[in-house]
Design a protein around this ligand. Structure first.
Ligand code: ZN
Ligand code: ZN
Ligand code: ZN
Ligand code: ZN
Ligand code: ZN
Ligand code: ZN
Ligand code: ZN
Length: 278
């Protein structure tokens, strides 16, 4: 019995010693890890200076785009750099890495908001104005010389009115629009009458428009280039040519002479006949 006790105590003491030993060994760094020379993904497990096996690195710090993963055990960097950790592009920024700020591509287009006839759309994300204004549209059935087109979208009058049309202006009144009846534009020209006003020495024309007085056109002295005794322009028979004067005077003289001769003969004949009757 005593012997059995002794054996048990000895076994217990051995166990205790081995536990203590291994604790001491552990505490004194008995198990170590060293990056494997042969396999970049593993580290060697070393106990008491002896390599006892290999194990895969396990990340203590995950890899980023800037730094590889760090092994929890051997503290070595391993594996590849991680891809950039992109934040999606916005309308103001291209897609951007949250780690290193690397940017790729360009910003996306502004979105949201509604353009109007006169206003740009406002981006619902960043508040910037973007795109193009739509401009007024339609409503041309309302367009005339007195009213503008009325936009079908916003109801505002826009653009220019149509020009007035028709009518003939004269020197006293501008043209009268055949659509709306209002006078428009500049005064027109004088309308020169076809007839002439004839004075003794000269002639002229006047404006035929009612109410237009005092305007004189084409005034000038009578002239007779073709010697027909009439003004070449106004046809006024104002004097006889020299030849005509001579003809006229001689004709008159001959006529008078004949008249006198016949009268004398007549008187003589008549007195003869009276004497015969007696
Ligand atoms: Zn490791
Ligand atoms: Zn990055
Ligand atoms: Zn925007
Ligand atoms: Zn409009
Ligand atoms: Zn008009
Ligand atoms: Zn006139
Ligand atoms: Zn004349």
């Amino acid at each position: 019995m005593k012997r059995l006790n002794k054996i048990l105590v000895a076994i217990f003491a051995l166990i205790l010693l081995s536990v203590l030993f291994s604790l001491c060994a552990y505490a004194s760094g008995g198990e170590r890890y060293e990056a494997s020379i042969t396999n970049p993904n593993k580290h060697d497990v070393i106990i008491n200076g002896q390599k006892v096996g290999e194990a895969f690195h396990r990340a203590e710090i995950e890899a980023t785009c800037q730094k590889k993963a760090v092994c929890h055990d051997c503290k070595a960097e391993f594996g590849e750099l991680a891809p950039h950790d992109f934040l999606a592009a916005t309308c103001t920024n291209p897609k951007t890495c949250t780690v290193c700020d690397y940017q790729e591509g360009g910003p996306i287009e502004h979105s949201g908001g509604q353009a109007g006839c006169l206003e740009l759309a406002v981006c619902s994300d960043c508040g910037a104005e973007y795109g193009e204004i739509l401009g007024h549209t339609g409503g041309e059935d309302k367009l005339s010389c007195t009213s503008k087109a009325i936009c079908e979208r916003c109801g505002e009058a826009y653009g220019a009115t149509r020009p007035h049309i028709g009518g003939t202006p004269n020197c006293q009144i501008p043209a009268i629009c055949t659509v709306c009846g209002s006078a428009y534009g500049e005064l027109g020209e004088h309308i020169i009458s076809e007839s002439w006003v004839i004075e003794k020495e000269f002639h002229y024309q006047t404006c035929a428009v009612k109410g237009c007085e005092g305007e004189v056109f084409n005034d000038g002295d009578h002239t007779d280039e073709n010697k027909d005794g009439k003004c070449d322009i106004c046809l006024y028979r104002y004097q006889l040519s020299k030849g005509q004067k001579i003809l006229f005077v001689s004709g008159l003289a001959i006529g008078t002479a004949f008249l006198i001769v016949f009268s004398v003969f007549g008187i003589i004949k008549a007195s003869k006949r009276r004497k015969e009757m007696e």
